[in-house]
Write a protein that binds this ligand. Sequence first.
Ligand code: SIN
Ligand code: MN
Length: 219
Amino acid sequence: MTGPLSLAPGVVLWKTLLARAGQESMAADIESVIRQAPLFTPRMPQTLKPFSVRMSNCGELGWISDARGYRYERTHPDTGRPWPAIPDSILSIWRRVANTAAQPEACLVNFYDPVARMGLHQDRDEADLAAPIVSISLGDSGRFRFGRSVRGGKTQSVLLESGDVMVFGGPARLMFHGVDKILPGSSTLLPEGGRINLTLRRVSGPGKQSPHGSSGESQ
Ligand code: SIN
Ligand code: MN
């Protein structure tokens, strides 16, 4: 751990916040989440084109995308069951870096196989933009690209390695971001390889309980 690095206003990277033992226990916790809430393949709302990333969620609310749009739901799209609770190993990272008293309501689990990627998008299906997004990377490294809150313009990229935690909030809460590629074989954490990314979010606006949905390009 090298302490927080400021990459841009509102964008902070904690290199190897999780050492190997912490990565292993968090990976085991995620395995248990995925046993209860299997990975599903989201589809683009208009074209129904499948994402290359497979997803699951834990927490009160889970992010999904299908013909009805991008939104948060309380239950898994295939099993109909509520999402499992967010494991303590993950909540404690939020408490350490999010700088807010609010608890996360959603934790999106993204699984990248060696050829998966994620196009530039904004996280904007949340009513609460005051809280940051906290993103935890496990397994193979991913080349993460980010820019400003408007499409176009300059972007920069940073390699996210296993155990790294990225926080984007404040002026960067709506920054465009995505993953250009995965570096297969760059980590031995996950026996089958691949990359797991967890993003923790507040979803409801202050004082609101109900999930908020919207359309438009987001994730
Ligand atoms: C996301 O934007 O949902 C994932 C970002 C990442 O995989 O690092
Ligand atoms: Mn995102």
